[in-house]
Ligand binder design. Structure first.
Ligand code: ASP
Ligand code: MG
Length: 460
């Protein structure tokens, strides 16, 4: 076990020279805690790389190379601002080598006119390769002894390209072997998140947004004291401040609660990605690199008891309700399976489900490709669709223990038409479906009812 803190900086936290300067200042404040730094690609870079790869795959070499040139300029400009002339001259070639490789790769893809998942990962990896080089150079330029570590030398994954799964025992061993001696010597290792390599050294990526996952894997491997996820918000909030100005910061939340919230719209972080840390009881903090003195939100395996019924209210708009009635199949066994297989075939995830003897209602994201699914379902049952709905979800561990909470909630909303209700699956969320247009007033009313008085241990 090492006493170290893993600090992960997301895309917006490294988006330009100013942002990276802030990162340097934040890391400097943590030097006593022996930081390991993990970075995302600069904001929007992964999307741009994937776009280049796609263009090249379609044989459009010109567009691919044009986009690569823009990327090169952005990184050169940032490096120039960060490093000053002398250091930049030195560093220029270092970045240049990467861009030559990227361009060569794009030319190759364009020549073949085919983009495989394996090559996609190869292209996508450049974002984190470049940003980690930049951040490491920026730290060194400011007299912080940093060592760039290529994640592909110590994070081992399978070869399920674009969403490769880490191979934990091997990765853990390599991470400790590589990082611990550096930490012991007082150096700050800097790694790119998101990228890994197979046992035979082929570049992989571990899924979009995967840098949080990388940070958690690294923290868990090292037995870190804590993991800090630096982003551009103050932490998780009781609700979306855009919907309800009275929203407050949640100081501490359990992993299960955070997971529910992420599923229903809180975009701060996908908690599943920090599971490796939570399983080892390593707390994860969400912090704001633009407001580093804010204490953020701590996600822990268990949260202290809270006097409020709920921790947060989330709303997810653009929902379609699908009502599937199948009188002929009354009680027929296998009916639900047949229905869900159709969703599975179209890879459409279902959020809320409720069933009766003769029908099943469920909700989908309206952005999914519903027409294709509808054609399939029409062969099986009578199906009705209703768009412009929203899911509202109240989350709190207290739902498990305190009886009658649902009564309080629906008592507050006695004049609102509730289309579906679900409670129980996770025991810590109460979910219902309403018309999209009612979201602001419903969220505001519930917030007033349940968050007017706040437990100071849990809320800021
Ligand atoms: N850069 C990668 C992405 O945009 C990984 C990350 O940011 O976490 O998906
Ligand atoms: Mg990103």
């Amino acid at each position: 076990m090492a006493s170290t803190v893993v600090m992960k900086f997301g895309g917006t936290s490294v988006e330009d020279a100013q942002a990276i300067e802030r990162v340097v200042a934040i890391v400097r404040q943590r030097l006593e805690n022996k930081p390991v730094v993990v970075v995302s690609a600069m904001a929007r870079v992964t999307d741009q790389l994937l776009e280049m790869a796609r263009a090249a795959g379609e044989g459009d070499r010109k567009t691919a190379l044009m986009l690569a040139r823009q990327l090169r300029e952005r990184h050169y400009n940032t490096a120039g601002e960060l490093l000053g002339t002398a250091l930049f001259t030195e560093f220029h070639g270092n970045l240049g080598t990467e861009f030559e490789q990227l361009e060569e790769l794009l030319r190759g893809i364009a020549a073949v006119g085919e983009l495989t998942p394996r090559t996609t990962d190869h292209v996508a990896a450049f974002g984190e390769i470049l940003s980690s080089k930049l951040v490491s150079a920026a730290l060194s330029a400011q007299q912080i002894d940093s060592t760039l570590v290529d994640s592909r030398t110590c994070l081992v994954s399978d070869d399920n390209f674009t969403r490769a799964a880490p191979l934990f025992p091997e990765s853990n061993e390599k991470l400790c072997h590589t990082l611990l001696p550096l930490i012991d010597r007082g150096r700050v290792p800097v790694l790119g998140g998101f990228i890994a390599a197979t046992r035979t050294g082929i570049t992989t990526t571990i899924g979009r947004g995967g840098s949080d996952f990388s940070a958690a894997i690294i923290g868990a491997a090292l037995g870190a004291e804590k993991i800090e996820i630096w982003t551009d918000v103050d932490g998780m909030m009781t609700t979306d401040p855009a919907l309800c100005p009275e929203a407050r910061r949640i100081k501490v939340i359990s992993f299960d609660e955070a997971a529910e919230l992420a599923y229903f719209g809180a975009k701060v972080l996908h908690p599943a990605t920090v599971l490796p840390a939570i399983q080892k009881n390593i707390p994860v903090y969400i912090l704001n690199s633009r407001n580093p003195s804010c204490a953020g939100t701590r996600i822990a395996a268990r949260a202290p008891h809270c006097h409020n019924f709920f921790k947060a209210i989330a709303a997810k708009k653009r929902i379609t309700i699908v009502d599937i009635a199948a009188p002929r199949m009354l009680l027929a066994h296998g009916f639900l399976r047949t229905i869900f297989e159709a969703f599975d075939r179209h890879r459409i995830p279902v959020d809320v489900v409720s069933t009766s003897e003769v029908s099943v209602s469920l909700t989908l994201d309206s952005n999914e490709s519903i027409p294709a699914l509808a054609a399939d379902l029409a062969k099986l049952a009578d199906v009705k669709y209703e768009g412009c709905k929203a899911i509202v979800c109240l989350v709190g561990e207290n739902l498990r223990e305190i009886p009658g909470i649902a009564g309080h909630v629906f008592g507050e909303l006695s004049d609102v038409k509730i289309r579906m209700i679900s409670q129980g699956a996770s025991e810590i969320n109460l979910t219902f479906v309403i018309d999209e247009g009612q979201v602001p007033q419903v969220v505001q009313r519930l917030h007033r009812a349940f968050f007017s008085q706040l437990d100071p241990e849990t809320f800021a």
